[in-house]
Design a protein around this ligand. Sequence first.
Ligand code: ZN
Length: 267
Amino acid sequence: MGKTVRVFNHVILDFYSVYGKRTAEIDHIIVTDDKIIIGETKAANYVHTDYSEVPWTLLSGDTTDNPIVQNHYHKQVFCSCFGIPRERVITVEFLLEYSNCGLRSQYPNDYVLGKDNLLKGLCLLFSESKETLNFDELCKQLERIEAASVGRENEHEENLKEVREIEEKTRTRDKHYRFKRTDIAKCPLCDGFLVFRYKPWVKKKLGNINNTWNIALGCSNYPITGCNAFITPRKDGGQGFDDVEEIHIEDRMEWTIEERHVGDHFG
Ligand SMILES: [Zn+2]
C-alpha cells in the first residue's frame, strides 16, 4: 500500500482513578499516516457476545471483561495520556474465534472484526487516508513505553483482578458497576482524591470482619496529611456510594461534544 505503518505491542499505560493507581495494557497500537488503531485481540469463546453487556461470560462459566468496553477504556486512557483527539483513534476488537462479527459497536470509531474479515477490515482502515500527520514524537514515546512494559504483565493482571473485585463489591441495585474505570472523585475534606480501600484493615475499621461491605473510599492525601475522609457505602438498600460525585474522564479532558464518527470504512 506504500504506507508507513508502525506497530507497538503490549503497551502498559499508567493512570489514576477512583480505583487507585491502575494500568491499561493495550495489545496493539498501530500508527499509520493519519490515524491510530488501538487493537484488542481475544481468542476466547463467550456464552453471548452482547456488545453492551458488562462483563461477558466465558464458556467455562468464568466472567471476563467485555473486550469492547475494555478497549474503550484503553482508548480513553491513551487519548488522555498523549493528548490525542478521539477522532484520530480507531478501536478494533479482534475476536479470533468468531466470524461474521457485527462490524460497528455502540461506540463511535469502533469496529469488531472476526477471523474472516480481520485482514479485509484492516486493509480498509489503512487505505482510507487523506492526509499525513507527524506521529514521530508519539512513536518515540511508545517505543520507550513498549520496552518498559516488558515484565509488567503480572503486575497488570493483579491490578485487573483488584479492579474486578471492587467492581463486583460496588454493584448498584440495577446491577451496574458504580464507577467507571476512568472515573475520579474529589475528597470532600481536602484537595485530595478518593480512592478505594479494601484491605483487611478496612474490614476491621468497619467493625465487622464478616461484613460484605468491606470496602470504603479514603483520601489519597492520607499518607501525607493524614486526611481521614472515610466514606462507607450506604447500607440502606445496595445503592452504595450514592453521595459520592464522580468526575468522568470526558469532563476532565473537556470532551464535551460527543465523539464524531469519522470515515465510512465498511460502506
Ligand atoms: Zn482528603
